[in-house]
Design a protein around this ligand. Structure first.
Ligand code: ATP
Length: 261
């Protein structure tokens, strides 16, 4: 049985078809990268995996059961920006998830429980390269450090599924390289199943074990909202050739032009 199974999945907002007929089987521990034109529904798909959006039609199941309809600790998400709480220190940001999990009402741990949680938090922050910044505020961190913090905040909860929505999109190319190594290390160490949206095809090929291209294959110029995007390519990484790469880039650019026209 697949870990995640997507069958004939559709998402519509009113008369706008955003996603049409998605079919996908994902094994636990895969690293799926998602590319596609802006506005073609990649974030919407992540939101459905998170439990923030429901499908209009079709099935989305986790180990054979319907996907939980509410976000839970099994699923974490990191956005391009603003994933961390600005009014909490680095350490408090990562501690909060553990506190809310163990003490949902109070949101505070005391005594040994707090010391144990802090030891986990500090080890996680050390692991993502923020061991020197435990008591800093998010606004005192660079963009790359804020994303390290957001990643630590997600991984401390040991999610089975991690959703990354262009997490490195706002970072300088030099810093992106470091972030790639960090995410690959955490993925290998934990076996988390990752879905990551990126606009950078090279990044998609470099990080993923599988590349999913979201594209609008059907188009009605008179009624652009009539058709949605679907998964036009599902590629195991390592088996692609430059011609295919070029075809994907051209097709995604063509859809981008149509969506922004
Ligand atoms: N809550 C909503 N209500 C109505 N329409 C929505 C809603 N959320 C998304 N949409 C529409 O769905 C379409 C897909 O949006 P989505 O953000 O999923 O695209 P995307 O591929 O992630 O784009 P980008 O790469 O720019 O982030 C857009 O046309 C958007 O306006």
């Amino acid at each position: 049985m697949s870990f995640i199974s997507v069958k004939k999945l559709w998402k519509e907002y009113g008369s706008q078809v955003v996603l049409e007929n998605l079919n996908l089987e994902v094994k636990e521990g895969e690293f799926c990268t998602l590319v596609g034109a802006s506005g073609c529904g990649k974030s919407t798909f992540l939101k459905m995996l998170l439990g923030q959006e429901t499908a209009s039609r079709g099935e989305l199941s986790l180990e054979g059961q319907q996907f939980p309809g509410e976000p839970d600790r099994n699923r974490g998400i990191v956005f391009q920006r603003y994933s961390v709480f600005p009014h909490l220190t680095v350490r408090e940001n990562v501690l909060l998830g553990l506190e809310l999990e163990q003490k949902p009402l109070l949101g505070k741990l005391f005594g040994k429980a707090r010391r144990d949680a802090l030891a986990q938090v500090d080890a996680m922050l050390e692991g993502v390269g923020l061991g020197h910044a435990l008591n800093k505020w998010p606004h005192e961190l660079s963009g790359g450090m804020q994303q390290r913090l957001a990643i630590a905040q997600s991984f401390i909860m040991k999610p089975r599924i991690l959703l990354l929505d262009e997490p490195f999109g706002a970072l300088d190319p030099g810093i992106r390289g470091d972030m790639h190594e960090l995410i690959l290390k955490l993925w290998r160490d934990t076996g988390t199943t990752i879905f990551m949206v990126t606009h950078d095809l090279h990044e998609g090929f470099y990080l993923g074990t599988r590349l999913l291209v979201f594209d609008k294959i059907r188009n009605d110029p008179q009624n652009p909202e009539a058709y949605g995007a679907t998964i036009s390519y599902d590629l195991p990484i390592g088996r692609t050739d430059p011609e295919l790469y070029q075809t994907i880039e051209s097709s995604v650019s063509e859809t981008s032009r149509k969506l922004s026209a």
